[in-house]
Ligand binder design. Structure first.
Ligand code: NDP
Ligand code: KPL
Length: 311
């Protein structure tokens, strides 16, 4: 470990901006902990010039990290790298991060989906890669400004096995920064339970071009079929999940504000050139096929979403 702890957050969007913002605010003097933001374009310019504004309800704060950059050669080796890009940007981002990683650097991907850690390990087979996920509703409102809505802002991360000291140190630094989190030594359960919620949510809101509330009102049968198909995939992969996961997932969807939609649907609405359809929908189709289990609803919606492109 370096004398100072260096935490790098890559992708200062809805997720990275909110949790990275709290870290930057807490460790603003950079004495013991340096918080580095890797961002790009107009968003980076605004952060460098005016700081990052984080809005939560009627409150907001502005924070300037120790360093905000798109130049990876200026950062140095990191103790922790928290990866908060979309899944379609993951591979190219990991390639760029190589100079920041040594044998003790810990990587924490917070992307939705269940494949980010494995994708990182394909590129960096010897890296220390945790698994993690975020429970939050948050987005870039405009360059330099993150807007958080909803009533949950929480992280789960860890591994499937004993948690080492360096991970516990990250946990303490985050807790001190006011981040609500759980560290688990059975993290696959949390990752898959989030996936069983977000995959049907992202797939159905994108397919029906609907908010979560509307899709539950008008297309509940399809949502229930998606939940069953992704749940069956988890069971076929021998992942431990709650016995009542279907009911739990439906309750989580119902607890979301009516007008909230998924970040994948927002990418379709914003006519982004890419979406997370491969990691949140296509993944189930491909894995179900490999394991010889049925996922007809996913198959149908995936094919249609591929043709649909931007809504
Ligand atoms: N938003 C939410 O409420 C939630 C999102 N998630 C998941 O978290 C992940 C992140 O989502 P979200 O925060 O919404 O995404 P956003 O699109 O809001 O933010 C991602 C940011 O990463 C930037 N980025 C991508 N690659 C790089 C790079 N190589 N260097 C610097 N910046 C980069 C993007 O820049 P640019 O705009 O230029 O592409 C963008 O600003 C996704 O997997 C999502 O599904 C999980 C829970 C809730
Ligand atoms: C909770 C929700 C639906 C919020 O946007 C989400 O996790 C996501 O979109 O990725």
């Amino acid at each position: 470990m370096l004398n100072k702890t260096r935490i790098v957050i890559v992708g200062i969007g809805g997720v990275g901006g909110y949790f990275g913002g709290l870290l930057s605010k807490k460790y603003t003097n950079g004495d013991d902990v340096e918080v580095v933001f890797v961002a790009r374009g107009e968003h980076l310019n605004e952060i460098q010039n005016k700081g990052l504004t984080v809005i939560k309800g009627n409150e907001n704060f502005v924070t300037k990290p120790y360093l905000a950059t798109d130049d990876y050669s200026k950062i140095g080796v990191a103790d922790y790298i928290i990866i908060c890009t979309k899944s379609y940007d993951l591979k190219q981002t990991i390639e760029k991060l190589k100079p920041l990683i040594n044998h003790s650097t810990i990587l924490l991907p917070l992307l939705n989906g269940v494949s980010a850690s494995d994708e990182i390990l394909e590129i960096l087979p010897h890296a220390n890669v945790l698994k993690g996920c975020a429970f939050i509703v948050s987005k870039i409102k405009s360059p330099g400004i993150i807007e958080n809505s909803g009533n949950i802002q929480k992280l789960s991360f860890g591994m499937d096995g004993p948690i080492g000291e360096a991970v516990l140190h990250l946990k303490d630094l985050m807790l001190d920064a006011g981040i609500d989190l759980t560290v688990s030594d059975k993290i696959s359960t949390a990752i898959w339970e989030k996936f069983i919620f977000i995959s049907p949510t992202a797939t159905s809101t994108s397919y029906f071009d609907s908010t979560i509330g509307k899709v539950l009102d008008e297309n509940l049968e399809t949502v229930l079929k998606l939940i069953e198909e992704v749940k069956n995939l988890a069971l076929a992969k021998s992942v431990t999940i709650s016995d009542d996961i279907s009911g739990k997932t439906l309750n989580t969807m119902k607890s979301m504000p009516y007008e909230v939609t998924s970040s994948m649907h927002r990418d379709y609405l914003n006519q982004k050139p890419q979406t997370e359809v491969e990691s949140l929908t296509g993944y189930i189709v491909r894995e179900a096929e490999k394991l010889g289990i049925a996922a007809p609803t996913y198959q149908k919606l995936y094919e249609r979403l591929l043709k649909k492109g931007s809504l």
